[in-house]
Design a protein around this ligand. Structure first.
Ligand code: FPP
Length: 240
């Protein structure tokens, strides 16, 4: 409920990294080049989040809807994910950054699944920052899976419908055990949630910037966190 509080650090920041394609097209380049540059922004933001002492950073790398993009773009994104998750794992592990992939990972090719699982294993251990990367993710997929699991448990008699609480639901989502995001950042001037963490973002502060993701740097991230520090979070209550 505080405002102007430089002590208030968001524990969890979520980001919809948008505008890679437009950034590349503006430069007469292939859209995939925008994604390559977008990886540099991920590096910068991980660094900035570590500097702030943020504990969880969740980024939307590939949605279930992104399969509808041209094959070359989908392949380029999958390649970037494999290369960078494996390539960056040793440096991330050294910096105390743990990678965790959320989404329908079983729906990815065997090769990609293996790379993501290996990157998770390589960065498991002492953790300052958990970097959650949403791949083949959408909230509606996640919520559907959660309902199926709960229905199975009720059918098996291990759970009664009266025992289903918001906490039980949270514990059956891919983000189980991770606090909800305090701050959501979306780049590129779009003001939508695009099927991202719909349950988890219920009380998050939303921050929109016109900057395209490949241009998003540490300074832009700092501005978003400072903006968050000036917000009044009320959770449906009244201001004191
Ligand atoms: C949105 O821009 C961006 C994506 C769909 C992909 C973002 C993925 C990365 C930056 C790679 C992440 C890699 C690692 C290792 C974490 P857009 O293509 O929708 O842009 P547009 O709206 O301008 O078309």
């Amino acid at each position: 409920m505080n405002s102007n509080n430089p002590e208030r650090i968001p524990r969890h920041v979520a980001i919809i990294m948008d505008g890679n394609g437009r950034w590349a097209e503006q430069r007469g380049m292939e859209r995939a080049y925008g994604h390559v540059q977008g990886v540099e922004s991920v590096r910068r933001v991980v660094k900035a989040a570590t500097r702030w002492g943020i504990e969880y950073l969740t980024i939307y790398a590939f949605s279930t809807e992104n399969w509808g993009r041209p094959t070359e773009e989908v392949s380029a994104l999958m390649e970037l994910l494999c290369e960078n998750s494996m390539g960056e794992a040793p440096a991330l592990q050294k910096a105390g950054v743990r990678m965790r992939f959320i989404g329908n990972i079983a729906g990815l090719s065997e090769r990609v699944q293996k790379a993501l699982r290996r990157s998770e294993a390589m960065t498991a251990g002492d953790t300052k920052l958990t970097l959650q990367i949403a791949v083949n993710y959408s909230s509606r997929w996640e919520i559907t899976e959660m309902v199926r699991h709960l229905a199975d448990e009720v059918k098996a008699g291990t759970l009664s419908s009266a025992e289903i609480t918001p906490e039980v639901i949270s514990n059956h989502l891919t983000t189980a055990g991770i606090p909800d995001p305090d701050l959501l950042i979306r780049t590129s001037g779009e003001h939508r949630l695009s099927n991202f963490l719909l349950w988890q973002l219920s009380y998050s502060e939303l921050y929109f910037t016109d900057i395209f993701w490949p241009d998003f740097d540490e300074q832009a991230f700092d501005l978003a966190v400072k903006d968050f520090q000036n917000r009044q979070r009320r959770y449906g209550l009244l201001t004191k």
